[in-house]
Ligand binder design. Structure first.
Ligand code: SF4
Length: 193
């Protein structure tokens, strides 16, 4: 078992408040039009990774990079809820903040007992599918105006300065590839056409 992972960034400042470990889970059953990560639609495009290895990697990132928390992105993280609960339970004692991006609305998550179990570990939830007709660039970490930021605990409620900054982009050069993280104001899919 384990989680199917599309990408990992051991430290980033553009995928949530402060410095974070970011985990992109592969597989998405929602499949929004103009999704910026269509290469993560199929779970099998990711690498199956054990919970123990992910835990060690996150612990290493905490000690090496002094991360404040982790961000779970996708793909749709809640499509792997059972394994995700195992990971979040395994790292709970690290006292890291947890931010979850989901294409499901909070009300839908709460009605599904398996997905809802993940919420007990989450501090900050960005919910809802990406709707290109409602694209929005002014709110940090949010892609379209139908999406909402939910403070599920008070961990980030006193950090409003972080939420009022502009969106940022990180360019990462790894060997022969360039990856873009964060929120590009330009719609890269349209630029490529
Ligand atoms: S839920 Fe997220 S990953 Fe899935 S299609 Fe929509 S934007 Fe893309």
């Amino acid at each position: 078992m384990g989680l199917y992972i599309g990408d990992i960034k051991e430290h980033t400042i553009v995928e949530g408040p402060f410095k974070r470990y970011a985990l992109w889970l592969s597989g998405c059953s929602i499949r929004c039009e103009d999704c910026c990560n269509p290469h993560l639609f199929n779970r099998s495009n990711g690498t199956q990774t054990s919970i123990e290895n992910l835990k060690l990697n996150i612990q290493n990132s905490k000690h090496t990079h002094n991360i404040e928390g982790i961000s779970l992105l996708g793909g749709e993280p809640l499509d792997q809820s059972e394994e995700l609960v195992k990971l979040l339970s395994a790292i709970q004692s690290e006292n890291l903040g947890v931010m979850l991006y989901s294409g499901y609305y909070l009300s839908e998550i709460e009605k599904d007992p398996i997905k809802a179990r993940v919420l007990q570990f989450v501090d900050l939830l960005v919910d809802g599918p990406y709707l290109p007709s409602q694209r929005q660039t002014s709110r940090r970490w949010v892609g379209s105006s139908n999406q909402n930021i939910h403070f599920l605990t008070n961990r980030y409620q006193d950090q409003m300065d972080e939420f009022q900054k502009g969106n940022q982009v990180e360019l990462v050069l790894k060997r022969n590839s360039l990856s873009v993280h964060g929120f590009p104001v330009l719609n890269l899919k349209r630029v490529k056409k």
